[in-house]
Design a binder for this molecule. Structure first.
Ligand code: UDP
Length: 310
């Protein structure tokens, strides 16, 4: 029998790549999204297939799904800093109520539940790189707290359903990811820098650009997610690319790859912007036999082509 997967947030950047991955592997896919930050354009090309179904729904409200489900991948949430600053309460609600509702479906269907968590659970980390055992340094009342704490609660309730209800749950902690179908104006560094560079406009580096991030191309991420879903692991696993760099280096790389005339300008650093971020992926390597394959220049070139094409 064909396996059926429910992907919440399936019209988002990562969600839409997951819909494609599961359809490609022969699953029936139900994509659920309220389109608050997801886009119908991300999944339109999948509508023609008979194994794909789109349901417009806010998962912070009760979820009604008839019939069998084998896997739930809970990816619904605003995930870019400007999105969760714009939608602080929906962000808190989807991490808390949305995760509770999705876990309720998993319990009713006795299916596997997979939570999209984030490197933001580590906050502004005092340990670098971050292993899964690090508990983080999060400001609960700062502007980013709405996302960080919602995801920390989501992890806590997921583990509670695992321990108390015996649900087979998985938690991925996703580090900065980029690639096709990021929104041009989602405010993150890579879409901002690429679009500014393509327009020969100033590249806006926040702070002095010495803060670091480690960027993972989306195909590597979704392959890691699939391996984790199929594994026996129930504790959180970091998935990301450990290639750490300063934002200034990222800006210069994008200027070089786009042959841009753009100059770098420095803007105020957002409140609680993490100074460093790099995944320790020893666990994913050992347990999942996973590691990223796509290098930064290759991934950026594909992403630049995407933004040129839209
Ligand atoms: N950033 C920047 N210029 C921009 C957008 C972001 O310098 O136009 C910085 C931001 O302050 C942070 C890093 O890039 O230090 C990554 O930000 P992003 O929004 O991509 O994600 P985050 O890792 O903060 O969740």
């Amino acid at each position: 029998m064909r396996k059926k997967v429910l992907i919440t947030g399936g019209a988002g950047f990562i969600g839409s790549h997951l819909c494609e991955l599961f359809l490609g592997k022969g699953y029936d896919v139900i994509c659920m999204d309220n389109l608050i930050t997801g886009k119908i354009e991300n999944i339109e090309h999948l509508f023609a297939g008979k194994n794909f179904k789109f349901v417009k729904h806010n998962v912070s409200e009760k979820i009604n799904i008839k019939g069998r489900i084998d896997y739930i991948l809970h990816f619904a949430s605003p995930a870019s800093p400007i999105d969760y600053l714009k939608y602080p309460i929906p962000t808190l609600k989807v991490g808390a109520l949305g995760t509770h509702n999705a876990l309720g479906v998993a319990k009713a269907k006795r299916c596997v539940f997979f939570l999209a968590s984030t490197s933001e659970v580590y906050g502004d980390p005092l340990v670098n790189p971050q292993p899964e055992s690090y508990w983080g340094n999060v400001n609960p009342i700062g502007p980013r707290g709405v996302y960080d704490e919602a995801k920390r609660f989501a992890e806590a309730i997921t583990m509670a359903y695992h321990r108390y209800h015996g649900i087979n749950t998985k938690i991925v902690r996703i580090f900065n990811t980029y690639g096709e179908r990021m929104r041009e104006n989602d405010g993150r560094a890579i879409p901002n820098f690429i679009n500014q560079a393509l327009d020969n406009k100033p590249i806006t580096v926040y702070g002095n650009g010495s803060q670091t991030r480690s960027f993972c191309y989306v195909s590597d991420l979704v392959n890691g997610i699939y391996k984790l879903l199929m594994s026996k692991e129930n504790d959180p696993v970091n998935i990301g690319n450990p290639n750490e760099m300063t934002l200034l280096k990222l800006a210069r790389t994008i200027i070089m790859l786009t042959n841009s005339k753009s100059k770098i300008v420095y803007k105020a650093l957002p409140v609680d912007d993490p100074k460093v971020r790099r995944p320790n992926i020893a666990k994913a390597k050992k347990m999942l036999k996973w590691q990223p394959k796509v290098g930064l220049e290759e991934g950026l070139s594909r992403t630049i082509d995407y933004f040129k094409s839209i």
